[in-house]
Design a protein around this ligand. Structure first.
Ligand SMILES: *[C@@H]1O[C@H](CO)[C@@H](O)[C@H](O)[C@H]1NC(C)=O
Ligand SMILES: *[C@@H]1O[C@H](CO)[C@@H](O)[C@H](O)[C@H]1NC(C)=O
Ligand SMILES: *[C@@H]1O[C@H](CO)[C@@H](O)[C@H](O)[C@H]1NC(C)=O
Ligand SMILES: *[C@@H]1O[C@H](CO)[C@@H](O)[C@H](O)[C@H]1NC(C)=O
Ligand SMILES: *[C@@H]1O[C@H](CO)[C@@H](O)[C@H](O)[C@H]1NC(C)=O
Ligand SMILES: *[C@@H]1O[C@H](CO)[C@@H](O)[C@H](O)[C@H]1NC(C)=O
Ligand SMILES: *[C@@H]1O[C@H](CO)[C@@H](O)[C@H](O)[C@H]1NC(C)=O
Length: 498
């Protein structure tokens, strides 16, 4: 706070100078400017001592505006008096509200003084139309504008029709300025803006241009070797479409036969898998005159490397050394196969006096012209005849003459001898059973310690009877072996017991 400033010498000198200044003006200068309640001079740098004819303009204080037609200027008259000035500012409602739907009328637009009680009129902006309400607002006594009801309303663009393969969603407002979202159907992508807007155009309102919905497509499906797909005559593959592959004849399909055009981002289409492969196949199996495939359930369409084995038809046998199998080669052809079966004489006859020679025993193919050699069975002797039979042209074996003869037994007794042989065999079997049972019994008594007395007696008895029966049996058996039995089997059986 500064009170009664003690002026410094320099300041006092300046003050003296200022007091001298008005002196020349005393002959024609205006004094203090008139004071107004609601206005102040525009230029506040000088408040008095204005020369004759000087003009000073006022401006309204904040919250007040100039009343049109009233002067805001004073002039320093030749009598050194200021010209008269009245209050030219007043409070008012300020600028009328700016509305989206309506603008001030031409005449009200220019007004900048809106005292209490004054009104302004609006006109609808382009795209809006009058409602039944009067488009006028009033500056109220408390210097606020009256409410502005909806006296202009947006014109209607009508129901928006969505694009092809798309539609408008959530259509709640179709008046000027409204925005409506557009979406595309599944499988279509949107090109353009995702919404339309009801806009002013010419002297109308109308929807902005619709976006388009383009089909999401896949590139043409890949071609494959040795196969085709059913989309080869098409150019556009829509989302959700599928193509199915088929292999050329003699090729088999591996993988999924069909692929589907799908989309993950709703923009680009992609096939949901790779194309299948066609692998070579062998066709119909080679036909043979005397053989058929072992497994008849499948006759063609075999994969590469498949093996198929044949078997001879009835009455034929496999020729040793010839292949009975074909393989599906990588060029989809069957490996070559020749006839590997032939008719033959079948197994050579079984003879009582002679057996097939070791080497012929193993043969199982006896074509016309082939021979087999016999050897006499033990107990038989060679005659002067050659022990060989031949497979004849009509595929029967030649006669087998008596090339082996049993000592002391003529042909007529062979039948009887055979019967006795069977009898001897039965007896032999009986002996073996009895002998085995006897041995078992003996063992079981040997361990029975609780009845020693009985044990000893029984064992003794048993040993006695065994010895007797053994002697008798051995005698009978020896007789049979020497006189009756004809086969090695019989003799072997009896010898094993004895
Ligand atoms: C001014 O007056 C009107 C009507 O009397 C009233 O509705 C409004 O609230 C008043 N405004 C203020 C700011 O006092
Ligand atoms: C595609 O298929 C899916 C599922 O099957 C279905 O929801 C969708 O509507 C289809 N899109 C087109 C364009 O057909
Ligand atoms: C299979 O496809 C291959 C490769 O395209 C081709 O060289 C071959 O000739 C085809 N085979 C047949 C039988 O069409
Ligand atoms: C191909 O065939 C499949 C099965 O018949 C069918 O679903 C598909 O629509 C066909 N694709 C074309 C392009 O014709
Ligand atoms: C491709 O899509 C189809 C249809 O949805 C389906 O059946 C098939 O299994 C799909 N393939 C693959 C490889 O995912
Ligand atoms: C399929 O293969 C068989 C032999 O395996 C052959 O005879 C036939 O001509 C083949 N078919 C085609 C169309 O090539
Ligand atoms: C086969 O031929 C031989 C000699 O030519 C003959 O003896 C025999 O009866 C014939 N067999 C048959 C079944 O025709």
């Amino acid at each position: 706070m500064v009170s009664a400033p003690r002026c410094r010498p320099g300041a006092r000198g300046l003050l003296a100078l200022l007091m001298l200044l008005p002196l020349p003006g005393a002959r024609g200068l205006c004094g203090t400017l008139p004071r107004l309640r609601r206005a102040i001079p525009r230029d506040t740098s000088r408040t008095e001592g204005f020369p004759i004819n000087a003009e000073v303009t006022y401006k309204c204080v904040d919250g007040c505006v100039k009343i049109p037609g009233k002067s805001d200027t004073v002039v320093c008259l030749s009598n050194s008096e200021w010209s008269s000035i009245g209050e030219f500012c007043d409070h008012d409602c300020g600028a009328p509200p700016r509305l989206k739907s309506a603008a001030l009328s031409k005449e009200d637009e220019r007004k900048n003084y809106h005292p209490s009680g004054s009104t302004v009129r609006y006109v609808c902006r382009p795209g809006y139309e009058r409602t039944e309400l009067t488009p006028v607002i009033t500056c109220l006594e408390n210097l606020t504008w009256s409410e502005s009801p909806e006296f202009c309303r947006g014109k209607s663009c009508g129901v928006p029709k969505g694009p092809e393969h798309g539609r408008a969603v959530d259509v709640t407002n179709v008046l000027y300025g409204a925005k409506v979202n557009i979406i595309c159907d599944d499988g279509f992508r949107l090109r353009g803006r995702t919404f339309i807007q009801c806009l002013w155009k010419g002297d109308q309102v109308e929807w902005s241009p619709l976006p388009t919905c383009q089909a999401i497509t896949c590139s043409p499906p890949p071609n494959i070797a040795n196969g085709t797909h059913n989309g080869s005559n098409m150019e556009i593959f829509h989302c959700n479409s599928s193509v199915t592959y088929k292999c050329d004849p003699n090729f088999s399909l591996t993988g999924e036969a069909s692929i589907h055009c799908t989309t993950k981002d709703n923009i680009n289409g992609v096939w949901n898998g790779s194309a299948p492969e066609c692998k070579g196949l062998c066709g119909t199996l080679p036909r043979l005159r005397r053989a058929i495939p072992r497994d008849t359930s499948r006759t063609e369409g075999f994969p590469i490397n498949a093996e198929v084995t044949y078997k001879c038809v009835d009455g034929c046998v496999k020729i040793p050394g010839k292949s009975d199998t074909v393989v599906c080669l990588s060029n989809s052809e069957w490996s070559s196969i020749g006839e590997f079966c032939d008719h033959d004489c079948g197994a050579p006859p079984r003879l009582k006096s002679a057996a097939l020679s070791k080497e012929d025993e193993r043969k199982n193919y006896h074509p016309s012209g082939s021979t087999v050699r016999y050897v006499c069975r033990p107990g038989y002797e060679r005659t002067e005849l050659t022990p060989v039979i031949t497979c004849l042209e009509n595929l029967t074996w030649s006669e087998s003459p008596e090339f082996c003869r049993g000592p002391g037994i003529d042909k007529h007794s062979i039948g009887m001898g055979m019967g006795m042989g069977i009898g001897a065999f039965s007896i032999c079997a009986g002996i073996i059973v009895a002998y085995i049972l006897g041995q078992k019994k003996k063992r079981s008594y040997g361990v029975n310690l609780d009845s020693r007395k009985h044990h000893i007696t029984t064992e003794h008895d048993f040993q006695m009877s065994e010895t007797k029966s053994n002697l008798i049996l051995k005698a009978i058996s020896f007789f049979y072996i020497q006189k009756m039995s004809h086969t090695a089997a019989e003799r072997g059986c009896l010898s094993s017991v004895l």
